[in-house]
Design a protein around this ligand. Sequence first.
Ligand code: COA
Ligand code: AMP
Length: 636
Amino acid sequence: MSTDAYRTAYAQSLEDPDTFWRAAADGIEWVTPPTTVLDDSNPPLYRWFSGATLNTCFNALDRHVRDGRGDQPALIHDSPVTGTKQTITYAGLLARVSTFAGALASLGVEKGDRVVVYMPMVPEAVVAMLACARLGAIHSVVFGGFAPAELAARIEDAQPKVVVAASCGIEPSRVVEYKPMLDAALDRSSHKPESVIVFQREQARAAVGERDTEWEEMDWDELVADAEPADCVEVAATDPLYVLYTSGTTGRPKGIVRDNGGHAVALRWSMSNVYDIGPGDVWFTASDVGWVVGHSYIVYAPLLTGATTVLYEGKPVGTPDAGAFWRVIAEHGVKAMFTAPTAYRAIKRDDPRGELLREHDISTLETVFLAGERLDPDTYEWATSTLGVPVVDNWWQTETGWPIAANPRGLEPMPIKAGSPTVPMPGYAVSILDETGAPLPAGEEGAIAIRLPLPPGTLATLWGDDQRYVDGYLSTYPGFYATGDGGLVDEDGYLFVMGRTDDVLNVAGHRLSTGSIEAALAGHPDVAECAVIGVADELKGQLPRGLVVLKGGVDGTGAEGERIRAELVKRVRDEVGAVAALRQVDIVAALPKTRSGKILRKTMREIADGRTPTVPGTIEDASVLDTLGPVLRPGG
Ligand code: COA
Ligand code: AMP
């Protein structure tokens, strides 16, 4: 490891991407090795490793078993919410995955078919994902905290042949039954799957096959009992591995398409070079398989590497206390962990002096990685001094699948600056642009954009909608991918990410759309119009707040107003999911808008956060802002 390793790698990745990524591709076993590296035949849509073939599941499982890792733990399920632990070896996971792949194949699932997976943090979720990869089918995992409307939107778009669900998820406060939510989602969706497979959990078994449905419903265990193991199907590097929906500003989620080849190459590279994890190391990502962090760093990257991944079904606090992560690290010998800053803020709140650390020996821990939202300097300082190991921020998005900016701990550890995710990773030509698309000098804040092409592993397109991909990401600054985040690069080339420049919400590291929460509010019979904004919150980073204007004649005061507000909070919980964490809805006389009718969410957000609001000259009626001031910031 030379002191210039990062600079050399980064420069080569941009100047000679073919050489750089061809070398990285050696970390993967191909059926047909790549001859083409970057395929730039159809700009602005770029592809990687066109013409090469492989199977991702083979690289994640079969290969390691063949090479002698069969008895090594592949996955440790540590579930304080059920009081169970389970270690599955590579050979064991391969057996389960090939059998479930056989079960899916018996239902007619083939290469290119979509399979929606709606499951909590159980090994079967990982088995379902890898079984799809084995068959060349495309999984689309939906986060268990999403309620019927969100699930239905994803089913509608992905058009799955099969849906795989668990009967329930377990939150510390309650058992969340998934089957009724799935039934409600399927009732709403015009697309119906051919089959629904339910993995039964004893905390709440689901009624299966009792409804008079257009699709067949069956138990996971019964289906698997009769299944023959299936072999890996060869797929093109450019074939989709999965579609993962993420929130934009509108209510319609965006189906991020990840390919097989570029994804495997980039994740394998990142595991060694960014996270410094190799074969046999124990790695713990506390997130959820329903988010991109879970896809990349609970499932694919550690398994592609031959490492052991911890699948933790619990919370940072309350299961049973703020020492939960330290227990997991000590018990399983974790070398590095990854989670969102909000989890550390929750631990800090409950155990500010880190007293629970004394109960656990975490001497195996070398590094903590944090991503998903801004790592505020306070949390960074607290985590660093409490744990005594480097705490490493990394910045990326569902779209990119792996870090855009990080401190490459395996390649060349770099000095850490609080508030910065450090430097751009290979292949990401990060630029800071002004509104006209002109580059800004060091130290000036602007829109963060990435010059095309994006590196391997990043989104190929949006599911079934190339044009929406081009319009949404590639048109604002021609020749660049617009990240939606704002920030700056300092004199040393360190990136600082300040936050979204659009109306996307980030609540406890969970990405949510203002549009879908607004759709739930707007569906209330008394609501004329509404807006949702994200306001700063000490624990969760942001919290959504709703503002509604009622229809003429509806009384929004006193007990009537109270009832409507409570119904609105419940509607969002029922439609979007508890994870939206909307607790406050205010009834107001009017919303601030431009003359063309665009609601000024950013202006309201600034008022709520106590900043000087930007008021566009095109505002229809500036006096509305005066009436909102006391609502958005009482006493402010
Ligand atoms: N299924 C069903 N419900 C879920 C859920 C799931 N998978 N995940 C969360 N919820 C529910 C919670 O039970 C809670 O419901 P409640 O309103 O009845 O209490 C609600 O959604 C909000 O959940 P959450 O955001 O987890 O807030 P919290 O107050 O329960 O916990 C933290 C706060 C910080 C401990 C928690 O957000 C956390 O662990 N964050 C880690 C961040 C993370 O994993 N980010 C992913 C990207 S890296
Ligand atoms: P998601 O697609 O859910 O991973 O959310 C991506 C968004 O989360 C980014 O566009 C950022 O706004 C935010 N984000 C993720 N990681 C970081 C980070 N390390 N620092 C600042 N913001 C982050």
